[in-house]
Design a protein around this ligand. Structure first.
Ligand code: SF4
Length: 96
């Protein structure tokens, strides 16, 4: 049952992190009521997919980035979108 604060049932939306913007500051980890995020070292394939500026930015921030291991628990409250200082998170509707 979704609350008024979290208007969408878990599984309808997932947060999507723009790795070219994320600086691994972990505000999303702090604000998410459902523990969707973790911040850790960027995976090699994700690092390789960044452009030159993205790679430099990633290295400047210790190669940290946010992953969403529990994205299926997202209830689309939007707190992470608002909290991210880099505007690196958007919510995407899950197809199906
Ligand atoms: S929208 Fe809300 S529930 Fe979903 S990941 Fe962001 S903070 Fe967590």
């Amino acid at each position: 049952m979704a609350s008024a604060e979290c208007p969408s049932p878990a599984g309808a939306f997932v947060p999507v992190v723009d790795r070219g913007k994320c600086e691994g500051k972990a505000d999303c980890v702090e604000v998410c009521p459902f523990h969707v995020f973790e911040v850790r070292r960027i995976e090699d394939a994700d690092f390789a997919a960044l452009g030159v500026l993205g790679k430099l930015k990633s290295m400047a921030h210790g190669r940290k980035t946010a992953y969403t291991p529990r994205s299926s628990d997202c209830q689309a409250c939007g707190k992470c979108v608002t909290a991210c200082p880099e505007k690196a998170i958007r919510l995407a509707r899950v197809a199906g």
